[in-house]
Design a protein around this ligand. Structure first.
Ligand SMILES: [Fe+2]
Length: 238
């Protein structure tokens, strides 16, 4: 039955990348001819699911999700994202987590406002907030299986242009997206204050340990993520 929310956009079936962690590699249509990859991560704890960087899935995807567990939490990490947050909150009756400030997608209003020290919705995890960005963004670090650092636009691992349209593939290659554990090339321009630098935020991230990394665009990086991000920081902030 049709509803008033934006429809599901093409995506791969959910795939378990670590115990109790699902990865959904999907897409986002930005405009005519311009579609880029978009990722969601699902964390499971005692049968309860947390959707991070929410993506509306098709019926088969939702069936797989429901077989995996019960969605209880929906987490927005970056305020440039949010297209499918209202749908996911409504569809699953979930609690919505976000930093304060409406940004590009003012709905839904958060049930839990993410701040420094806000306990994460799953154990062995913590939010790490960017402090220097123009608009709110944070990461979620899962301290299991060597560590999984989940980002939104700030962290993007690009090893291929899967789920990108031809035009987007060209943009990704021309504008410096194609690096492991990258910092979003457009995001950094949008988010850096006049005369400011985001380097301290990334150096703070590098104080933590994580082998694996995934952002809201690109692919999942399994292994070597911290060393790859360190290399990126040195390249982006010479
Ligand atoms: Fe994005």
């Amino acid at each position: 039955m049709a509803d008033s929310f934006p429809p599901a956009q093409p995506h791969d079936p959910p795939r378990e990348i670590l115990p109790d962690v699902l990865y959904v590699h999907g897409s986002f249509r930005m405009g005519p001819g311009m579609t880029i990859s978009r990722n969601m991560i699902v964390l499971r704890h005692q049968g309860e699911l947390t959707l991070v960087n929410p993506i509306r899935m098709d019926a088969a995807g939702e069936k797989a999700l429901e077989e995996y567990g019960t969605v209880k939490h929906v987490v927005r990490l970056g305020h440039l994202h949010g297209l499918d947050d209202p749908y996911c909150v409504d569809r699953f009756g979930a609690q919505f987590w976000s930093q304060a400030g409406g940004g590009e997608y003012p709905a839904p209003k958060p049930d839990v406002i993410i701040e420094d020290g806000t306990p994460a919705p799953v154990p062995d995890a913590e939010f790490i907030l960017f402090h220097e960005t123009k608009s709110p963004e944070c990461t979620l670090l899962l301290r299991r299986h060597g560590g999984l650092l989940i980002g939104c636009d700030g962290l993007q691992h690009w090893e291929s242009t899967s789920r990108c349209s031809l035009l987007a593939k060209g943009v990704c290659h021309a504008f410096g997206f194609m690096h492991p554990a990258n910092i979003g090339p457009f995001w950094i321009k949008l988010m850096t204050k006049n005369g400011g630098s985001l380097r301290p935020d990334f150096e703070r991230l590098l104080e933590h340990d994580f082998d694996n990394l995934v952002g809201a665009h690109g692919q999942y990086l399994k292994g070597g993520a911290k060393a790859a991000l360190k290399k990126t920081v040195d390249r982006v902030f010479p």
